[in-house]
Design a protein around this ligand. Structure first.
Ligand SMILES: C[S@@+](CC[C@H](N)C(=O)[O-])C[C@H]1O[C@@H](n2cnc3c(N)ncnc32)[C@H](O)[C@@H]1O
Ligand code: SF4
Length: 455
C-alpha cells in the first residue's frame, strides 16, 4: 500500500502510551488511596536497593499562555504563589517518607511543568535541598529540568547544577514568526542560543530541545528552517513531538487558530519525514517514537543496549519501578498501580496541608494489564516484543492476530505465534501497533474524544 493510503488508514485518535492502561481507561471504582499505598510500599521494598526511585515534580505556573500547549498549567504573573506551592510539595514528600520503611534511594528527579524556571532559583534550591534531606542518591542519578528559554537565567542553571542537575530541556517548538504568533509564543533564536551555551558552559552534559510538528501554519520550508537553526546549536537530544490537538480538554487554552490552519494528516507526516531525514543526515539517531539523540547521549546508548524505558515523563534511561509524582496533577506509577494527584492547585495545597495524600484517582493493574503493559513497553522502546504464553481467550487472540496480519500485509511488522518485530515502515505507526494490544480501548471504542490523532 502506498504511504499516503497508509496514513489515511491509520490516522485515527490514539494514546501515546506513557502508561497502560491509559488514564481515560483507569478503573477508579476499584481504586482507593489505601490500595495505592499498599502497592507502592510493596514495589518500593522490592526495588529500592536495586533501581532506586524516580521523582517527577510538577511546577504548574507559567507567566504567559502558549495556545498550543496541552500541559497542566496556571497562568499568572504573581510570584507570591511560589513559596506556598514549594512548601506543599515538601509536605507531600514528607507524607510519603513517613510511609516508606527505609530511606529512599533516588535515581532520578525531573522538574516539569508548567515552567520550572518560573520559580526563583532560591525557591528551587529550597525545594531540591528539602527533597534530598534524609535520602540517598544512586551513583548514576539523573536530575533534569524543563526550562523556558525566555526566562531561564544563569542563576537557575548554576543553582540546579550545584544540586546535581546535569540535564536540561528547553521548549523551542518552532522559530517561524507566523507560527510563533499563532501559538502565542514569541521566542527569538538568540534566547535559545544564549541558554543553550550557558548550560554547556556551566557543565550540563545533556541539553535537549523540544520541537513540535503539526502546529498551525507550519510548512515544509518553515520546519526545515527551524531544524536548520536547531542543528546549529547541536543539542544532545531533540524531542520532535507530534502536535496533540485536544481542544476539548477543559481549561487547556488551545485556541487562537482555526482547525483549517493545521496541516492535514498527510502534510503532518511529511513534516516529520523531512525532520527525521535532516536529523539523520546530521548524525542523530531516532529513538523509539518522536525522539532523536546523538550517539554520545545516554538515551542513544540505552536504546542500543536494550535498557530504554518509558513512563509518564517520556523516554528515560533509568529503570525504576517506582515513579513518584509530586505536585498538583502529577501521576505516580509503581508498576502494579497508578495514582493521580488533585489537579486544582489550591485544593492540592489544602489537602496536603491537612496531612492527607492528595490522590484523587488511579488504577490497580490486573495480571493481564501488566502483561499487556510489558508488550506495549517493549514495542514502543525496543520495536519488538515476545511472549511465551498468551493467556487470552481464543476469540480475543483471534481478534489481535487478525489486526497483526493486517499490519503484516501493509509491511509494518513481521510476527509469529510468539512475538513481533516492527519493520522500518512500521515505525511511523507504532501507536497503532500498540493499540492492537490495548484491551481497554478495544472494549470501549470511545477513543474519539479522548486522544489526539496518531499521526
Ligand atoms: C511543559 S512544556 C516545557 C517547559 C516550558 N514550559 C516551556 O514551554 O519551555 C513541555 C513540552 O511539551 C510539549 N508540548 C506541550 N503541548 C504540546 C502539544 N499540544 N502537543 C505536542 N507537544 C506539546 C512542548 O514541546 C513543550 O516544550
Ligand atoms: S508551553 Fe510551556 S510556557 Fe507555554 S503554556 Fe505550556 S507549559 Fe507554559
Amino acid at each position: 500500500m502506498a504511504d499516503s493510503s497508509l496514513i489515511k488508514k491509520y490516522d485515527v485518535p490514539g494514546p501515546r502510551y506513557t502508561s497502560y492502561p491509559t488514564v481515560p481507561h483507569w478503573k477508579n471504582e476499584t481504586f482507593s488511596t489505601e490500595k495505592w499505598t499498599k502497592s507502592l510500599i510493596h514495589t518500593f521494598v522490592e526495588t529500592n536497593h536495586t533501581s532506586g526511585i524516580s521523582l517527577y515534580i510538577h511546577l504548574p505556573y507559567c507567566e504567559s499562555l502558549c495556545t498550543f500547549c496541552a500541559c497542566h498549567k496556571r497562568i499568572t504573573k504573581n510570584h507570591t504563589v511560589e513559596l506556598p506551592y514549594i512548601q506543599a510539595v515538601l509536605k507531600e514528600w514528607s507524607l510519603y517518607l513517613a510511609l516508606f520503611p527505609e530511606k529512599p534511594l533516588i535515581s532520578e528527579i525531573h522538574l516539569g511543568g508548567g515552567t520550572p524556571s518560573f520559580f526563583a532559583p532560591e525557591m528551587l534550591q529550597l525545594l531540591i535541598a528539602g527533597i534530598l534531606e534524609n535520602v540517598e542518591v544512586t551513583a548514576k542519578h539523573e536530575f533534569s529540568f524543563e526550562g523556558h528559554p525566555n526566562n531561564t537565567t544563569a542563576e537557575h542553571l548554576q543553582t540546579l547544577y550545584d544540586l546535581g542537575f546535569r540535564r536540561v530541556s528547553f521548549g523551542v517548538q518552532d522559530y517561524d514568526p507566523q507560527v510563533q504568533k499563532a501559538i502565542h509564543r514569541i521566542q527569538p533564536f538568540e534566547n535559545v542560543k544564549k541558554v543553550t551555551e550557558l548550560a554547556r558552559t556551566i557543565g550540563y552534559t545533556s541539553v535537549s530541545h523540544d520541537l513540535v510538528f503539526g502546529l498551525p501554519f507550519q510548512k515544509i520550508s518553515s520546519v526545515e528552517n527551524t531544524i536548520q537553526k536547531t542543528l546549529e546549536l547541536k543539542p544532545d537530544r531533540i524531542a520532535f513531538y507530534s502536535y496533540a490537538h485536544v481542544p476539548w480538554i477543559k481549561g487547556n487554552g488551545q485556541r487562537g487558530f482555526e482547525d483549517e490552519n493545521l496541516p492535514s494528516g498527510e502534510e503532518k507526516r511529511l513534516l516529520y519525514e523531512r525532520g527525521r531525514a535532516m536529523f539523520e543526515q546530521n548524525n542523530y539517531a531516532e529513538i523509539g517514537m518522536d525522539h532523536f539523540a546523538l550517539p554520545e547521549d545516554n538515551l542513544y546508548k540505552a536504546q542500543e543496549n536494550g535498557s530504554l524505558h518509558r513512563n509518564f515523563m517520556g523516554y528515560t534511561t533509568t529503570q525504576s519501578k517506582v515513579l513518584l509524582g509530586l505536585g498538583a496533577s502529577s501521576i505516580s506509577d509503581c508498576w502494579t498501580a497508578f495514582a493521580q494527584n488533585i489537579k486544582e492547585i489550591d485544593t492540592y495545597i489544602e489537602t496536603v496541608n491537612a496531612g492527607e495524600l492528595p490522590v484523587f484517582k488511579g488504577h490497580i493493574l490486573s495480571n493481564e494489564d501488566i502483561f499487556i503493559r510489558q508488550q506495549i513497553l517493549n514495542i514502543i522502546c525496543q520495536l519488538e516484543t515476545s511472549w511465551q504464553i498468551f493467556d487470552w481467550s481464543g476469540q480475543e487472540k483471534e481478534i489481535l492476530f487478525e489486526k497483526l496480519e493486517d499490519f503484516e500485509e501493509d509491511g509494518l511488522i513481521t510476527f509469529n505465534e510468539f512475538g513481533l518485530k516492527v519493520l522500518p515502515k512500521g515505525k511511523a505507526f507504532i501507536r497503532n501497533i500498540c493499540m492492537a494490544f490495548d484491551k481497554h480501548l478495544n472494549q470501549t471504542n470511545s477513543q474519539q474524544k479522548l486522544f489526539s490523532k496518531t499521526i
